[in-house]
Design a protein around this ligand. Structure first.
Ligand SMILES: O=C(O)c1ccccc1NCC(=O)[C@H](O)[C@H](O)COP(=O)(O)O
Length: 222
């Protein structure tokens, strides 16, 4: 059994948050971006403390993020815009020494990606997240070219994202197996899912997520 973390992103409705939280995913994401149909407002019901509540922001003012971190007690902050490494440093320092929130920096990828872009962020953020570049800032429901990750040059662990659904379990397994051969499987830290598990934007299918979670990381022969 592999230790692949699961992040479910784009939660919106209290009852649905509780249904998905009952599966104990490792991360639950709440989007603060008005241009998204998954834009979150309101309250997050009490959920198991093992789940890292994650605020997702797109080029937001640092004050706005701090306000949400304080209000919702976020354990992780996902930066889904064009935030610079300097911005990430400022955010870390603004959070203060007593706040250990993880910072996840997103990069949008399609057919090619210049991994040199990651260099300024090394040691500044906790994780990278690779998502698909599309017409929306996130939640495009399409996969990018994962072959690119076979040459992943960084030592910062990453989340794999973009159009991941039940059909991608085997493909994930194959990427993991490839990285394992290169002693790099620990770098594939987690899988981020969203629109492929939705009944409508922001409303997740808990049964389908359970199925995915049960299959993720099983030692399937590839
Ligand atoms: O999902 C959104 O609407 C969204 C909007 C703006 C910024 C980020 C957004 N989603 C963040 C995520 O982490 C998604 O899980 C990621 O984009 C993958 O989505 P999908 O391709 O639907 O699996």
């Amino acid at each position: 059994m592999k230790d692949l973390k699961l992040k479910v992103c784009g939660m919106k409705h209290s009852e649905n948050i509780l249904a998905v939280a009952a599966l104990i995913p490792d991360y639950l994401g709440f989007i603060f971006y008005e241009g998204s149909p998954r834009n979150f407002s309101g309250e997050i019901p009490e959920i198991d403390t093992a789940i890292k509540k994650t605020g997702v922001f797109v080029d937001a003012e640092i004050e706005f993020i701090l306000d949400k971190v304080k209000k919702y007690n976020f354990n992780a902050i996902q930066l889904h815009g064009k935030e610079s490494a300097e911005y990430c440093k400022e955010l870390r320092s603004a959070l203060g020494q007593n706040n250990s929130a993880e910072i996840i920096k997103v990069f949008s990828v399609k057919e090619s990606f210049d991994f040199e872009e990651l260099i300024p962020y090394e040691g500044v953020v906790n994780f990278f997240l690779f998502d698909t570049k599309g017409k929306n800032k996130g939640g495009n429901g399409i996969a990018f070219n994962w072959e690119l990750l076979k040459d992943y040059p960084s030592s910062t662990p990453f989340f794999l994202s973009g159009g991941i659904g039940l059909d991608e379990v085997l493909k994930i397994e194959k990427l993991y197996a490839y990285l394992e051969k290169k002693n790099k499987s620990k770098l594939l830290f987690g899988i981020d899912v969203n629109s492929k598990f939705e009944i409508e934007a922001g409303l997740k299918d808990a049964n389908a997520l359970k199925n995915f979670k049960d299959n993720l990381g099983l030692d399937i022969q590839v």
